[in-house]
Ligand binder design. Structure first.
Ligand code: THU
Length: 139
């Protein structure tokens, strides 16, 4: 795994918890915030944005990721996620696939509970054998 210092993790979790304040979660009342750090040291923040039709809901991780991609960012150092939950919040399956598109398999994913306790996993642990552009080769 890439090295990430505790002070950096704490900073990212502080930013992610600020982002959580911006969640639009009137249906689940479960707010999530994410902080995505680029390799150039920029921080992209996101929160979950729900929808009355439920399916169009966008998770915090994808909000942060899509903001960054739109800005032209393509290299990422780490992502931190914090929610209102008692458990460590790990990215959902859809977000794992989006992370696999843009992030290296050894990128640290910091998953926190609402009190800021956290675990760190490599992306490859969360989405082993990910389907990526390499797998589209057919000749
Ligand atoms: N959610 C996220 O934003 N990120 C996660 O990692 C897990 C789930 C959101 C989606 C929905 O708005 C709410 O949490 C409940 O599932």
């Amino acid at each position: 795994m890439k090295t990430i210092h505790e002070f950096e993790i704490k900073k990212m979790l502080r930013l992610a918890s600020e982002a959580r304040e911006k969640a639009y979660a009137p249906y689940s009342h479960f707010r999530v915030g994410a902080c995505l750090k680029t390799e150039t040291g920029a921080y992209y923040l996101g929160a979950n944005i729900e929808n009355a039709a439920f399916t169009p809901t966008n998770c915090a991780e994808r909000t942060a990721m899509f903001k960054a991609i739109y800005d032209g960012e393509r290299s990422f150092e780490a992502i931190a996620i914090i929610s209102d939950g008692l458990n460590y919040t790990a990215p959902c399956g859809v977000c794992r696939q989006v992370l696999a598109e843009f992030c290296s398999p050894d990128m640290p994913v910091i998953c926190a509970d609402r009190d800021g306790n956290y675990v760190v996993h490599e992306l490859r642990e969360l989405i082993p054998m990910a389907f990526t552009s390499d797998d589209l080769k057919n000749n």
